[in-house]
Design a protein around this ligand. Structure first.
Ligand code: BDP
Length: 441
């Protein structure tokens, strides 16, 4: 009678609110895992000799700590051009000397970041690489995550030839560092055919992190619509699938995109360094996590080869002068915390992607209109906070998260909005060309 009617009347509006208008529904099942070292950096090897990584540079230490502890990969084209000089004094970008590695180790300790340490393969000998590796292992200690041998060997070796030289380097290194572990093969340009043969042989030889590199295309082809239409995918969706398959088949602990960014040859100014790149980097990281990947090292810093427009941190010489699009994407991702990754479906809104990390949700609105969305959470919560990553336009560098930019000294003072959460649902508004993180408790 009247009791049943009253219940129906109360229930109807609530049920309607969850299905009317745009909605994000987070899946119950987990489809990946986000760990602490997911959003990392990649730098050119000569930056070690130049002294870029210095614990006395408290601004750079703070900038790293905002995202960390995470994974710093040292490599790039310059790894294969920068010799190890055990007798060098240090402080020269044309070589790496013991004092430079000591400085890098101090920086790693000050930031809590782990180092993937690249060794020259192209213009080196196994003996010299092993000597450098032994010094790096002693000096970095627990800050050493893995060694990498050569950069993008698909440009100068066949798989079989790389395998042969890789094995001679590994044998020489293991003679001096018996418990050494490795990351590789770090091939690019969609060369995922290397993964299966390489892994089959190297899984019992200390291979800990299976890796590839990823860029969308050359910097002369970079556009904001092109970058966003890639949905975070360059060559890598088939690469991600191959990395996922090989990691599982051969039981390798991790796979990473150990070097990646939007457009190679340094990125496109006005595309790779702006708000659109923040949104691109978020979708890119989701794609990796959704294929059971363990992270990405976004390339940046400076290079003697070409300006690195895509760099997360912007430099004047060795000095950080600010942060750019990809840094903000990595920061929002990091603010979501660690935990199980959950896919989400988006209904009633186009150009919007979303996913859950733990019981937090990221909504990435690459479209031209603001969206007010009902978020259907995985688990009930009582309180929500919303961090909006936004800018005046997609091509703007005036990026903020929860009202705060990150300055050159690494200060960041976000003021997230409080969001009402009713059990499994919350409502958030994401401006056009912006992303939001809903954190729940
Ligand atoms: C990668 C290289 C790196 C370059 C980057 C680029 O490893 O050293 O800076 O491309 O072209 O292939 O931007």
């Amino acid at each position: 009678g009247s009791v049943a009617l009253a219940v129906t009347c109360l229930a109807a509006p609530a049920a309607q609110a969850a299905t009317d208008g745009p909605a994000v529904t987070v899946a119950q099942a987990a489809s990946g895992h986000v760990g602490q070292e997911f959003a990392g950096f990649s730098y050119e090897k000569d930056r070690v000799g130049a002294g870029m990584f210095d614990a006395a540079d408290t601004d750079l230490v703070r900038l790293f700590r905002l995202l960390g502890p995470s994974s710093l990969r040292i490599g790039g084209n310059l790894v294969d051009m920068t010799p190890w000089n055990p007798a060098g004094a240090g402080g020269s970008p044309t070589e790496v000397a013991p004092a430079d590695v000591v400085k890098l180790a101090g920086f790693a300790r000050a930031t809590g970041w782990k180092v993937i340490y690249g060794l020259n393969l192209k213009t080196n000998t196994a003996e010299s690489a092993a000597d450098e590796a032994a010094f790096a292992a002693r000096t970095l200690g627990r800050s050493l995550e893995a060694f990498e041998i050569g950069n993008e060997p698909n440009f100068y070796r066949t798989e079989a030839a790389y395998e042969a030289s890789y094995e001679s380097y590994v044998a020489a290194i293991k003679a001096k560092v018996p418990n050494a572990v490795f990351e590789g093969p770090g091939v690019t340009n969609g060369q995922n055919a290397w993964l299966a043969p390489f892994t089959a042989k190297e899984k019992s030889n200390g291979l800990r992190i299976l890796s590839m590199h990823s860029y969308i295309g050359d910097q002369t082809t970079g556009t904001i619509p092109g970058m966003l239409a890639s949905n975070g995918k360059g060559y890598e969706e088939k690469d991600e699938t191959a990395l996922q398959t090989t990691k599982a088949a051969d039981d390798i602990p991790q796979w990473r995109m150990s070097e990646a960014n939007s457009y190679y040859h340094g990125g496109t100014a006005g595309v790779s360094n702006v708000q659109a790149a923040s949104l691109w980097s978020l979708d890119f990281m989701y794609g990796i996590a959704a294929h059971n990947g363990d992270g990405v090292n976004f390339h940046g810093g400076t290079s003697t080869q070409w300006p690195l427009n895509y760099s997360p941190i912007k430099y004047d010489g060795l000095k950080p002068v600010g942060v750019q699009g990809v840094f903000y994407g990595e920061l929002l991702w990091t603010l979501a915390g660690t935990g199980a990754l959950h896919a989400a479906t988006v209904t009633g809104a186009s150009d919007v992607t979303a996913w859950g990390i733990g019981n937090n949700v990221i909504v990435n609105n690459k479209g031209t209109s603001a969206q007010t969305l009902t978020v259907n959470l995985r688990s009930a919560a009582v309180l929500g906070t919303e961090y909006v990553l936004t800018a005046p336009s997609l091509d703007s560098t005036a990026i903020t998260i929860a009202g705060s930019g990150v300055d050159a000294k690494g200060s960041f003072h976000p003021a997230p909005k409080l969001v009402r959460v009713h059990g499994h649902t919350a409502t958030i508004t994401v401006p056009a060309g912006s992303a939001a993180l809903l954190k729940t408790r």
